[in-house]
Ligand binder design. Structure first.
Ligand code: BJW
Length: 254
């Protein structure tokens, strides 16, 4: 059954008729697939300080602890499948002339759902980087045979190719995310607590450049008061419903 989401007609028209659209996703989008979120009651940090697990200092202090955490997450994610929210976002690429998906998620599930070129702001859990030479390699072994894993070329320890706290985001990635936000007519912010920078600033950037900002979340966030539309509920339900309504209004088969 479709959820009864109330959308003011002027905003709905913009959503339906837009050509340039972008979406920023966070951990909440993968929650219905079984990937734990970071914050909140059952969040991944609940017993640990984020800096202990997701910073270079924490890693150098105890690489085994950090790799154990990543090994557990990789092994969990390896068996999971995209949910209807991921599929709706992949479908948006066919509905809109220009649709950019920007994600903070490192799980790679958007690509599994068919999103063609997601901008992965915080990296990807299936890639590792050699601490000596900086070479980035795909590594899908889950569980890992050796912890911490070593570079197959030089035998030095590798780290997850993920952006940790205090680390700069890749320049090209930040450029793509910024342009997508700046140029969008509609900017969706989905399943993120909107507290981690610089991702959390993209909605404001989009709005200052004229975009209608639509937030989808189970609960209110620090962003909610400034968005044009807040859709409260699970993204795995809200996004397919919204997509159906957009397609119907555009005269597409649904
Ligand atoms: C649902 C749902 C359902 C649940 N449906 N919704 C400016 C001001 C203040 C601080 C800073 C600043 N600039 C930089 C900082 C510091 C820092 C930062 O932002 N700190 C804040 C926490 C205060 N940022 C950085 O350090 C960044 N680096 C940087 O800016 O460098 C600058 C620099 C410049 C020059 C030289 C050197 C440096 C890097 C940030 C990297 C973040 N990385 C992490 C960890 C990765 C580890 C890993 O994954 O292995 O990425 S942090 C963690 O948070 C992870 C996530 O991608 C990110 C965002 O989390 P997300 O996705 O929002 O998840 P949750 O759990 O927080 O929220 C889930 C939401 O879903 C909730 O709202 C639920 O309600 C909702 N939900 N189920 C819909 N079914």
């Amino acid at each position: 059954m479709e959820t009864q989401i109330e959308i003011p007609p002027a905003i709905f028209n913009t959503i339906v008729n837009a050509t340039k659209v972008a979406a920023l996703t966070g951990a909440g989008v993968s929650a219905e697939s079984g990937v734990p979120t970071f914050r909140g009651e059952n969040g991944l940090w609940r017993n640990r300080r984020p800096e202990e697990l997701a910073s270079m200092e924490g890693f150098l202090d105890d690489p085994r602890l950090v790799w154990d955490w990543y090994d557990w997450r990789r092994t969990t994610i390896a068996s999971l499948k995209p949910n209807d929210g991921h599929y709706a976002l992949a479908e948006m690429e066919t509905v809109y002339e220009n649709f950019t998906l920007v994600t903070q998620n490192v799980d790679g599930i958007h690509a599994l759902a068919g999103s063609r070129d997601p901008v992965e702001m915080h990296g990807n859990i299936w890639y590792v980087r050699c601490l000596k030479e900086g070479t980035v390699m795909e590594n899908r072994e889950a569980p890992l045979q050796r912890i911490p894993p070593l570079c197959p070329k030089c035998n030095t320890m590798v780290r997850p190719n993920i952006i940790w706290f205090g680390e700069e985001l890749d320049t090209e990635t930040i450029k793509r995310a910024g342009s997508a936000a700046r140029e969008s007519e509609v900017f969706f912010v989905i399943g993120t607590s909107s507290v981690v920078q610089p991702a959390a600033s993209l909605a404001g950037l989009a709005q200052r450049n004229g975009a209608v900002v639509v937030e989808v979340n189970l609960e209110r966030t620090p962003l909610t008061d400034s968005v044009d539309l807040f859709l409260e509920g699970p993204s795995g339900k809200i996004l397919p419903d919204l997509l159906r309504r957009i397609c119907r209004a555009r005269g597409f088969d649904v």
